[in-house]
Ligand binder design. Structure first.
Ligand code: SAM
Length: 312
C-alpha cells in the first residue's frame, strides 16, 4: 500500500550527515568550544554553523555548556563508543553517500546507465564500515550454518569478503579462509587483519577469475546483486571449478519475489551499477544447476536469505 508518510525530507539524516562530512562532531568530541572556535575548526560559514548547531541541539546530538558546544552523552555513545548498544560509528555515511545516486534516478531511467559517482578512500571506508555494521551481529550464525557438515578446518573462499566480518566468523569456527576483494579494498583492510588469524587476503576481480582451490566452501556474501546474469553464471561456473566434489557454494543475498525488500534494493543497484539487481530463487537455481551444482531450497538465517548448493 502506498505510504505517504514517507513523502518528506529526511531532515535529521541530512543534517547529521552534513555535520559528519564537515567534521563538526569530531571538532567538539574531546574539546568543547564556542561557536566562533567551531567556525574556525570546521572552516565553515558562521551563519551555517550556528543554524546547524542549533538544529543538532534541538535533535539531541549537541548541547551547550555555558557558551561551549559539546556532544550529548547519547551522541557520544552512538558515534564513538563501539561497545555501546546504540553504537553505529559513522557507518550510516554509506547511505548518506548513496543519496546523490538516488537523486539521479530519473536520468538513470532515461539512459539505463548508473549515476556517475566519484571514487574516494573515504567512500570506500564508509562502505566497509556499513557492511561490517550490518553483518557483525549475525555473521557467526551464518558462518555456522554454511560450515555445518563440512570437514573441520574447512578451506573457505570468501568472495568479496573485504570487510572481513564473515572471514573472522569462519576463522572463529576453525576454517582457513581466503578472502578475495578488489585491490584498493585489500590495501585498505589488510592492516586491520590480525596476522595470527588463518585468513589470507587476495587482490582480484571475481568477474575475471577466482583463486585456486580446492575449497570446501565458496561463500558469496552480497555479491550476486552487484552483477547480472552473465557475470553470475560465470562466477558460479568458476566457483564450481574451485570446489571439491561434494563441496558447497553459499549465496547470501536478497531474493527477488520473497517480499518488497529485494524489489527496492534492486533500485539501489540500478542507480549504482551497470548490470546489478536482485534475482529470483528460480534464476539462482537454474544458474547453479547449469554450473554443475545442486541447489537446496532457500532458507532464512539470522534475518538473511541463504541458498546452499552442492557440487555434483
Ligand atoms: C556488498 S559488499 C559485501 C561485503 C561482504 N561480503 C558482506 O556480505 O558483508 C561487496 C563486496 O564485494 C567487493 N567486490 C565488488 N565487485 C568486486 C569484484 N569484481 N571483484 C572482487 N570484489 C568485488 C566489494 O569491494 C565489497 O567488499
Amino acid at each position: 500500500m502506498p505510504n505517504t508518510d514517507n513523502f518528506q525530507l529526511p531532515q535529521e539524516f541530512l543534517i547529521v550527515g552534513a555535520a559528519v562530512k564537515t567534521g563538526l562532531f569530531d571538532a567538539v568530541k574531546d574539546n568543547p568550544c564556542d561557536l566562533q572556535e567551531l567556525v574556525a575548526r570546521t572552516e565553515c560559514d558562521p551563519r551555517a554553523v550556528w543554524t546547524v548547531t542549533e538544529a543538532l541541539v534541538a535533535l539531541g546530538y549537541l548541547t551547550y555548556e555555558g557558551d561551549k558546544v559539546k556532544l550529548t552523552q547519547e551522541a557520544h555513545a552512538v558515534f564513538y563508543e563501539p561497545g555501546h548498544e546504540k553504537y553505529t560509528g559513522f557507518s550510516f555515511m554509506h547511505t548518506y553517500n548513496l543519496i546523490n545516486s538516488w537523486m539521479q534516478l530519473p536520468e538513470v531511467m532515461k539512459s539505463g546507465q548508473p549515476a556517475p559517482k566519484k571514487k574516494s578512500p573515504e567512500r570506500a571506508q564508509n562502505f566497509m564500515a556499513a557492511m561490517k555494521h550490518h553483518a557483525s551481529q549475525n555473521a557467526p550464525l551464518i558462518a555456522e550454518y554454511c560450515l555445518r557438515g563440512l570437514p573441520a578446518n574447512a578451506r573457505v573462499l570468501d568472495v568479496g569478503g573485504g570487510p572481513l566480518t564473515y572471514a573472522m566468523a569462519f576463522a572463529e569456527k576453525g576454517a582457513k579462509v581466503t578472502v578475495l576483494d578488489l585491490p584498493e579494498i585489500v590495501d585498505m583492510m589488510q592492516p586491520q587483519l590480525d596476522p595470527s588469524l588463518p585468513i589470507r587476503m587476495e587482490k582480484g576481480d571475481f568477474t575475471r577469475g577466482l583463486p585456486r582451490g580446492p575449497f570446501d566452501l565458496v561463500y558469496l556474501g552480497n555479491v550476486c546483486h552487484i552483477y547480472g546474469e552473465k557475470e553470475n553464471r560465470k562466477l558460479f561456473r568458476d566457483a564450481a571449478k574451485e570446489l571439491k566434489t561434494g563441496g558447497r557454494l553459499a549465496i547470501n543475498d536478497m531474493i527477488r519475489g520473497t517480499g518488497p525488500r529485494a524489489a527496492l534494493f534492486a533500485v539501489n543497484m540500478l542507480v549504482n551499477t551497470s548490470s546489478g539487481g536482485t534475482w529470483t530463487y528460480e534464476q539462482y537455481k537454474t544458474w547453479l544447476e547449469d554450473a554443475g551444482l545442486t541447489a537446496d531450497p532457500w532458507v532464512e538465517v539470522g534475518g538473511r536469505q541463504l541458498i546452499l548448493a552442492v557440487k555434483r
